[in-house]
Design a protein around this ligand. Structure first.
Ligand SMILES: NC(=O)c1ccc[n+]([C@@H]2O[C@H](COP(=O)([O-])OP(=O)(O)OC[C@H]3O[C@@H](n4cnc5c(N)ncnc54)[C@H](OP(=O)(O)O)[C@@H]3O)[C@@H](O)[C@H]2O)c1
Length: 217
């Protein structure tokens, strides 16, 4: 059982919070506005989710999920930087620019910018490359290879191996096949993978339940 704090309780944050609580973890939503309608919706769906101030939520957590708009991280993280020291910070955000381009002009990843905002945190990029529909429901029943279900792949990038392993465990609990894709330097490429998915699905009309699987031998 992992103590998890979730900052941002919209489509991504509430799906992950709900799934992780249902998988047996203790999940606390960081409340930035008690009147938030996304907070109300998340709690109506799963009343077992806990709530706390952002500082209390982070202090009680082993793993912190960041699921706010990318731009909000500039406001959200600096006041929590000390509390995030040594904690796993999962960056679920994506910097998206005009015309579905990379929001930081592909010069560096959003995850590296987030690492700068919380220098002592063990930043891991995960749960970012697909739409929230797949975070709500990552099951692909009936897709079988060699008699075993083929699970959707969840890429995970970060510089801290133990932090990545703990995030991989959470991804597996949610039904994903976690794939360690390397250091945080790979986050830029994951953010481009997101843009590929968004262009194919949101702009191109493909099913939002499009995911990739990893095959290797
Ligand atoms: N949508 C997707 O399919 C998808 C998939 C993967 C990754 N992502 C990424 O995940 C992140 C969240 O996306 P989303 O679709 O879940 O967005 P969303 O539904 O709009 O939810 C955003 C959440 O962040 C909160 N928030 C906004 N500004 C904040 C601030 N300054 N301080 C604290 N909380 C703040 C909002 O609270 P209020 O409701 O109270 O404003 C809301 O709970 C984005 O970075 C996005 O790029 C999105």
């Amino acid at each position: 059982m992992v103590q998890i704090a979730v900052i941002g309780h919209g489509r991504v944050g509430s799906a992950l919070a709900h799934g992780l609580q249902a998988a047996g973890h203790v999940v606390t939503l960081a409340v930035h506005d008690p009147d938030s309608s996304s907070l109300r919706r998340a709690l109506a769906r799963n009343p077992a989710l806990r709530t706390a101030t952002p500082r209390e939520a982070v202090r009680s957590a082993d793993v912190v999920l960041l699921a706010t708009p990318f731009a909000a991280a500039r406001d959200v993280l600096p006041p929590l930087a000390e509390d995030l020291e040594g904690r796993v910070l999962v960056d679920c955000t994506n910097p998206v620019g005009r015309g579905l381009t990379h929001g930081l002009r592909s010069e560096r990843s959003g995850s590296e910018a987030i690492q700068d905002l919380a220098p002592g945190a063990r930043v891991v990029k995960a749960f970012s490359v697909y739409g929230y529909e797949n975070l709500e429901d990552p099951a692909f029943p009936g897709i079988v290879r060699d008699g075993r279900p083929v699970l959707p792949m969840m890429p995970i990038a970060g510089d801290d191996g133990a932090a990545k392993a703990s995030v991989a465990g959470l991804a597996a609990d949610l039904g994903w096949d976690p794939l360690d894709v390397g250091g945080l330097v790979q986050a830029l490429h994951l953010e481009h993978l997101t843009l590929l998915w968004v262009r194919m699905v949101r702009a191109g009309g493909r099913s939002p339940h499009l995911v990739w699987a990893a095959l290797s031998r």
